[in-house]
Design a protein around this ligand. Structure first.
Ligand SMILES: [Zn+2]
Length: 214
């Protein structure tokens, strides 16, 4: 006997159960001008185009976007021995670089961020510690279907603790948020606010402090 296929909401629940990651949904302007966060959190109309936030005579938002909180994803990256080993690349390389730094030996190859003076100085200052996660944030537009105009914007976190040949792999890049288009976000900060807010809470809560400052 075959099991009945799961409904969309059941699939979402299963993914949450397995990964421990629950997306945060935030209201946004239907034309992707702003997200209703920070100074816009209480507004009922888009401050740029005046379109309504909610459907008529209801509190149902016209449009929302998803943020995937980084905390549980980072925890998962250190949960398994193999990924945990891969995560020690930065730490191992930094130890070697530090030995050279104190011996006044400059790196002979400058192939990545680890070799930059900004990074090693941040380590020496104690801003980046060996147990920290170092993350790169990047955002770009994506067209999901070739034949259909359904552009959306996706931002990702790249774990710079991983070796360069691993860190950009599809299974290692962490999706931070998905913003429906087709327009590009006009006030990008308002859309990344929930993701960065979550990251800042991790830093200040001391649960999983980050070395990078922005
Ligand atoms: Zn708008």
């Amino acid at each position: 006997m075959h099991d009945a296929p799961l409904s969309y909401s059941q699939v979402k629940r299963k993914v949450t159960e397995i990964t421990g990651i629950t997306p945060i949904y935030t209201d946004m302007c239907i034309d992707t001008c702003v997200a209703f966060t920070g100074p816009f959190a209480e507004l009922e109309r888009c401050p740029l185009c005046s379109k309504a936030r909610f459907e008529e005579n209801s509190r149902k938002p016209c449009q929302q976007f998803a943020t995937f909180p980084i905390g549980p994803m980072l925890q998962a990256s250190r949960r398994h021995l193999r990924s945990s080993k891969q995560m020690s690349y930065r730490q191992n390389e930094t130890e070697k670089l530090l030995e050279n730094f104190w011996g006044n030996i400059l790196p002979t190859t400058l192939s990545e961020y680890l070799h930059g003076s900004e990074y090693i100085e941040a380590v020496v200052r104690g801003d980046i510690r060996s147990e920290d996660f170092v993350l790169l944030y990047t955002i770009d537009g994506a067209q999901l279907y070739r034949s259909k105009l359904s552009d959306c914007w996706i931002y990702v976190w790249v774990l710079l603790d991983l070796a360069p040949e691993v860190r950009y792999r599809k299974d290692k890049v962490l999706v931070g948020g998905v913003i429906p288009g087709p327009e590009a976000p006009k006030n990008l900060d308002s859309f990344t606010y929930p993701g960065f807010h979550h990251l800042a809470a991790l830093m200040h809560g001391g649960l999983s402090p980050m070395g990078l400052q922005w």
